[in-house]
Design a protein around this ligand. Structure first.
Ligand SMILES: NC(=O)c1ccc[n+]([C@@H]2O[C@H](COP(=O)([O-])OP(=O)(O)OC[C@H]3O[C@@H](n4cnc5c(N)ncnc54)[C@H](OP(=O)(O)O)[C@@H]3O)[C@@H](O)[C@H]2O)c1
Length: 243
Protein backbone atom coordinates (compact mmCIF):
# COMPACT_ATOMS: atom_id res chain seq x y z
CA UNK A 1 0.00 0.00 0.00
CA UNK A 2 1.31 3.49 -0.90
CA UNK A 3 2.46 5.66 2.02
CA UNK A 4 0.47 8.88 2.25
CA UNK A 5 1.89 12.20 3.40
CA UNK A 6 -0.07 11.85 6.63
CA UNK A 7 1.41 8.39 7.28
CA UNK A 8 4.90 9.84 6.82
CA UNK A 9 4.10 12.76 9.06
CA UNK A 10 2.96 10.51 11.84
CA UNK A 11 5.97 8.20 11.84
CA UNK A 12 8.32 9.95 14.27
CA UNK A 13 5.93 12.42 15.86
CA UNK A 14 3.51 9.66 16.80
CA UNK A 15 6.18 7.30 18.15
CA UNK A 16 6.63 9.08 21.49
CA UNK A 17 4.28 11.57 23.05
CA UNK A 18 5.93 15.00 23.18
CA UNK A 19 5.22 18.19 25.07
CA UNK A 20 5.01 20.93 22.46
CA UNK A 21 4.90 24.60 23.34
CA UNK A 22 3.30 26.70 20.60
CA UNK A 23 2.89 30.46 20.82
CA UNK A 24 0.00 32.09 18.97
CA UNK A 25 -2.50 29.23 19.18
CA UNK A 26 -5.71 31.26 19.05
CA UNK A 27 -5.98 31.12 15.25
CA UNK A 28 -4.18 30.52 11.97
CA UNK A 29 -1.14 28.28 11.73
CA UNK A 30 -0.66 27.90 15.50
CA UNK A 31 -4.21 26.72 16.13
CA UNK A 32 -4.16 24.20 13.27
CA UNK A 33 -0.83 22.83 14.46
CA UNK A 34 -2.05 22.51 18.07
CA UNK A 35 -5.12 20.54 17.02
CA UNK A 36 -3.16 18.25 14.74
CA UNK A 37 -0.46 17.50 17.31
CA UNK A 38 -3.16 16.69 19.85
CA UNK A 39 -4.64 14.07 17.50
CA UNK A 40 -1.24 12.30 17.59
CA UNK A 41 -1.35 12.22 21.40
CA UNK A 42 1.08 15.07 22.02
CA UNK A 43 0.54 17.55 24.84
CA UNK A 44 0.02 21.13 23.77
CA UNK A 45 1.27 24.01 25.87
CA UNK A 46 -0.15 27.02 24.12
CA UNK A 47 -0.46 30.73 24.54
CA UNK A 48 -1.91 33.80 22.89
CA UNK A 49 -3.86 36.83 24.10
CA UNK A 50 -7.49 36.18 23.16
CA UNK A 51 -9.03 34.26 26.09
CA UNK A 52 -12.30 33.51 24.26
CA UNK A 53 -10.44 31.84 21.41
CA UNK A 54 -8.25 29.94 23.88
CA UNK A 55 -11.38 28.64 25.65
CA UNK A 56 -12.80 27.42 22.34
CA UNK A 57 -9.48 25.72 21.46
CA UNK A 58 -9.34 24.08 24.90
CA UNK A 59 -12.77 22.60 24.24
CA UNK A 60 -11.72 21.31 20.82
CA UNK A 61 -8.51 19.83 22.22
CA UNK A 62 -10.39 18.02 24.95
CA UNK A 63 -12.60 16.44 22.28
CA UNK A 64 -9.63 15.45 20.12
CA UNK A 65 -7.59 13.99 22.99
CA UNK A 66 -9.71 13.64 26.15
CA UNK A 67 -7.05 11.96 28.28
CA UNK A 68 -4.29 14.54 27.74
CA UNK A 69 -4.10 17.67 29.89
CA UNK A 70 -3.25 20.49 27.52
CA UNK A 71 -2.25 23.80 29.06
CA UNK A 72 -3.47 26.96 27.35
CA UNK A 73 -2.79 30.34 28.90
CA UNK A 74 -3.42 33.93 27.99
CA UNK A 75 0.07 35.37 27.61
CA UNK A 76 1.31 38.39 25.69
CA UNK A 77 4.74 37.25 24.47
CA UNK A 78 6.02 40.79 24.19
CA UNK A 79 5.77 41.15 27.98
CA UNK A 80 8.86 39.56 29.53
CA UNK A 81 7.23 39.29 32.95
CA UNK A 82 4.17 37.48 31.58
CA UNK A 83 6.42 35.00 29.79
CA UNK A 84 8.41 34.48 33.00
CA UNK A 85 5.14 33.71 34.82
CA UNK A 86 4.11 31.43 31.95
CA UNK A 87 7.36 29.46 32.34
CA UNK A 88 6.78 29.15 36.09
CA UNK A 89 3.29 27.73 35.51
CA UNK A 90 4.65 25.29 32.93
CA UNK A 91 7.23 24.02 35.46
CA UNK A 92 4.58 23.71 38.19
CA UNK A 93 2.55 21.55 35.81
CA UNK A 94 5.63 19.42 34.99
CA UNK A 95 5.33 20.31 31.34
CA UNK A 96 8.82 21.50 30.39
CA UNK A 97 8.56 21.31 26.58
CA UNK A 98 10.45 18.91 24.30
CA UNK A 99 9.67 21.19 21.38
CA UNK A 100 8.99 24.91 21.08
CA UNK A 101 7.31 26.48 18.07
CA UNK A 102 7.68 30.25 18.26
CA UNK A 103 4.78 31.06 15.99
CA UNK A 104 3.10 34.18 17.47
CA UNK A 105 3.50 37.09 15.14
CA UNK A 106 1.92 40.16 13.60
CA UNK A 107 2.38 42.15 10.42
CA UNK A 108 2.26 45.91 10.02
CA UNK A 109 -0.47 47.75 8.12
CA UNK A 110 0.87 47.72 4.56
CA UNK A 111 2.52 50.90 3.35
CA UNK A 112 5.78 52.57 2.48
CA UNK A 113 8.17 52.42 5.41
CA UNK A 114 8.20 56.18 5.95
CA UNK A 115 4.41 56.23 6.12
CA UNK A 116 4.04 53.44 8.67
CA UNK A 117 2.93 54.53 12.10
CA UNK A 118 5.80 54.40 14.60
CA UNK A 119 3.68 52.47 17.10
CA UNK A 120 2.84 49.88 14.42
CA UNK A 121 6.56 49.44 13.67
CA UNK A 122 7.36 49.04 17.38
CA UNK A 123 4.60 46.47 17.87
CA UNK A 124 5.88 44.27 15.04
CA UNK A 125 9.41 44.30 16.44
CA UNK A 126 8.21 43.87 20.04
CA UNK A 127 6.06 40.84 19.26
CA UNK A 128 7.99 39.13 16.47
CA UNK A 129 11.56 39.57 17.72
CA UNK A 130 11.37 40.45 21.40
CA UNK A 131 8.39 38.13 21.99
CA UNK A 132 10.32 35.21 20.52
CA UNK A 133 13.37 36.18 22.58
CA UNK A 134 11.28 36.32 25.78
CA UNK A 135 10.11 32.74 25.21
CA UNK A 136 13.67 31.59 24.51
CA UNK A 137 15.06 33.47 27.55
CA UNK A 138 12.73 31.68 29.95
CA UNK A 139 12.35 28.26 28.35
CA UNK A 140 15.82 27.33 27.06
CA UNK A 141 17.25 27.19 30.62
CA UNK A 142 14.46 24.73 31.51
CA UNK A 143 15.31 22.49 28.55
CA UNK A 144 19.11 22.47 28.90
CA UNK A 145 19.22 20.11 31.93
CA UNK A 146 17.32 17.53 29.85
CA UNK A 147 20.00 17.71 27.10
CA UNK A 148 17.33 17.69 24.44
CA UNK A 149 14.90 19.99 22.73
CA UNK A 150 14.05 21.36 19.34
CA UNK A 151 13.09 24.97 18.79
CA UNK A 152 11.37 26.17 15.63
CA UNK A 153 11.19 29.90 15.11
CA UNK A 154 8.61 30.68 12.47
CA UNK A 155 10.21 32.99 9.93
CA UNK A 156 9.01 33.97 6.47
CA UNK A 157 10.06 34.43 2.87
CA UNK A 158 10.26 38.08 3.97
CA UNK A 159 13.27 37.13 6.10
CA UNK A 160 15.19 35.72 3.17
CA UNK A 161 16.77 36.83 -0.11
CA UNK A 162 15.23 37.16 -3.56
CA UNK A 163 11.75 38.08 -2.54
CA UNK A 164 9.37 40.93 -3.00
CA UNK A 165 9.29 42.86 0.23
CA UNK A 166 7.33 45.94 -0.76
CA UNK A 167 5.00 47.45 1.88
CA UNK A 168 5.99 45.30 4.86
CA UNK A 169 9.35 46.76 5.93
CA UNK A 170 8.83 46.31 9.71
CA UNK A 171 7.70 42.72 9.19
CA UNK A 172 10.69 42.02 6.91
CA UNK A 173 13.07 43.51 9.44
CA UNK A 174 11.54 41.33 12.16
CA UNK A 175 11.85 38.12 10.15
CA UNK A 176 15.45 38.87 9.13
CA UNK A 177 15.93 39.33 12.87
CA UNK A 178 14.46 35.89 13.52
CA UNK A 179 16.87 34.34 11.01
CA UNK A 180 19.88 35.98 12.69
CA UNK A 181 18.68 35.21 16.19
CA UNK A 182 18.19 31.54 15.30
CA UNK A 183 21.61 31.20 13.63
CA UNK A 184 23.34 32.75 16.62
CA UNK A 185 21.53 30.67 19.25
CA UNK A 186 22.22 27.51 17.20
CA UNK A 187 25.89 28.03 18.04
CA UNK A 188 25.18 28.60 21.72
CA UNK A 189 22.95 25.61 22.45
CA UNK A 190 24.47 22.48 23.98
CA UNK A 191 24.69 19.19 22.13
CA UNK A 192 21.30 17.47 21.88
CA UNK A 193 19.41 20.70 21.27
CA UNK A 194 18.66 22.37 17.98
CA UNK A 195 17.07 25.59 16.79
CA UNK A 196 15.94 26.51 13.29
CA UNK A 197 14.12 29.31 11.54
CA UNK A 198 11.32 27.92 9.38
CA UNK A 199 9.56 29.66 6.53
CA UNK A 200 6.07 28.13 6.40
CA UNK A 201 5.29 29.33 2.87
CA UNK A 202 2.17 31.30 2.06
CA UNK A 203 -0.90 30.32 4.07
CA UNK A 204 -4.44 31.65 4.08
CA UNK A 205 -4.83 33.22 7.53
CA UNK A 206 -6.01 36.55 8.96
CA UNK A 207 -2.45 37.81 8.68
CA UNK A 208 -2.20 37.05 4.97
CA UNK A 209 -5.64 38.51 4.34
CA UNK A 210 -4.57 41.76 6.02
CA UNK A 211 -1.78 42.05 3.42
CA UNK A 212 -3.29 40.47 0.32
CA UNK A 213 -7.03 41.03 0.73
CA UNK A 214 -9.25 38.61 -1.23
CA UNK A 215 -6.24 37.10 -3.04
CA UNK A 216 -5.26 35.38 0.21
CA UNK A 217 -8.17 32.92 -0.06
CA UNK A 218 -6.49 31.34 -3.11
CA UNK A 219 -3.63 30.08 -0.92
CA UNK A 220 -3.38 26.85 1.04
CA UNK A 221 -5.12 26.68 4.41
CA UNK A 222 -3.31 26.07 7.74
CA UNK A 223 -4.98 22.64 7.90
CA UNK A 224 -3.08 21.64 4.75
CA UNK A 225 0.13 23.22 5.98
CA UNK A 226 0.51 21.20 9.18
CA UNK A 227 0.90 18.00 7.16
CA UNK A 228 3.96 19.51 5.48
CA UNK A 229 5.20 20.76 8.85
CA UNK A 230 4.98 17.35 10.48
CA UNK A 231 6.77 15.71 7.54
CA UNK A 232 9.49 18.33 7.78
CA UNK A 233 9.63 17.90 11.54
CA UNK A 234 10.18 14.16 11.17
CA UNK A 235 13.26 14.88 9.09
CA UNK A 236 14.61 17.41 11.61
CA UNK A 237 14.07 15.03 14.54
CA UNK A 238 15.83 12.22 12.72
CA UNK A 239 18.77 14.52 11.80
CA UNK A 240 19.05 15.66 15.43
CA UNK A 241 19.16 12.08 16.66
CA UNK A 242 22.14 11.39 14.38
CA UNK A 243 24.07 14.64 14.97
N1 LIG B 1 0.23 33.23 6.86
C1 LIG B 1 1.31 33.28 6.11
O1 LIG B 1 1.27 33.24 4.86
C2 LIG B 1 2.67 33.37 6.78
C3 LIG B 1 3.80 33.37 5.93
C4 LIG B 1 5.07 33.41 6.52
C5 LIG B 1 5.20 33.45 7.90
N2 LIG B 1 4.07 33.46 8.69
C6 LIG B 1 4.26 33.49 10.14
O2 LIG B 1 3.49 32.46 10.75
C7 LIG B 1 3.16 32.86 12.09
C8 LIG B 1 1.66 32.69 12.31
O3 LIG B 1 0.99 33.55 11.41
P1 LIG B 1 -0.54 33.35 10.97
O4 LIG B 1 -0.56 33.60 9.51
O5 LIG B 1 -1.08 32.10 11.52
O6 LIG B 1 -1.17 34.65 11.66
P2 LIG B 1 -2.54 34.87 12.45
O7 LIG B 1 -3.62 34.01 11.91
O8 LIG B 1 -2.72 36.34 12.48
O9 LIG B 1 -2.18 34.31 13.93
C9 LIG B 1 -1.21 34.95 14.71
C10 LIG B 1 -1.23 34.33 16.09
O10 LIG B 1 -0.24 35.02 16.90
C11 LIG B 1 -0.87 35.39 18.12
N3 LIG B 1 -0.22 36.56 18.67
C12 LIG B 1 -0.04 37.76 18.09
N4 LIG B 1 0.54 38.61 18.93
C13 LIG B 1 0.74 37.94 20.10
C14 LIG B 1 1.28 38.29 21.35
N5 LIG B 1 1.76 39.52 21.59
N6 LIG B 1 1.33 37.35 22.32
C15 LIG B 1 0.85 36.12 22.10
N7 LIG B 1 0.32 35.72 20.93
C16 LIG B 1 0.24 36.64 19.93
C17 LIG B 1 -2.33 35.64 17.74
O11 LIG B 1 -3.18 35.49 18.87
P3 LIG B 1 -3.84 36.70 19.71
O12 LIG B 1 -4.09 37.83 18.76
O13 LIG B 1 -5.06 36.06 20.31
O14 LIG B 1 -2.80 37.04 20.73
C18 LIG B 1 -2.57 34.48 16.78
O15 LIG B 1 -2.89 33.31 17.50
C19 LIG B 1 3.65 34.29 12.24
O16 LIG B 1 4.91 34.30 12.89
C20 LIG B 1 3.80 34.76 10.81
O17 LIG B 1 4.75 35.80 10.67
C21 LIG B 1 2.81 33.42 8.16
Amino acid sequence: MATTTTDKASSTMAAVSKKVLITGVSKGIGRALALELATYGHTVIGCSRDQTKLDSLQLQLSKVSPIVNHLLLSVDVKCNRSVEEFARTVVENELVPDIIVNNAGVVNKVGNMWEIDVQDFDTVIDINIKGTSNILRHFIPLMIPHNQGIIVNISSLCGRDNNQYKSVAPYCASKWGIEGLSKCIAQELPKGMAIVALDPGVIYTDMLESCWGDLASRCQTPEYWYVLFLTWFDNVSISCVYI
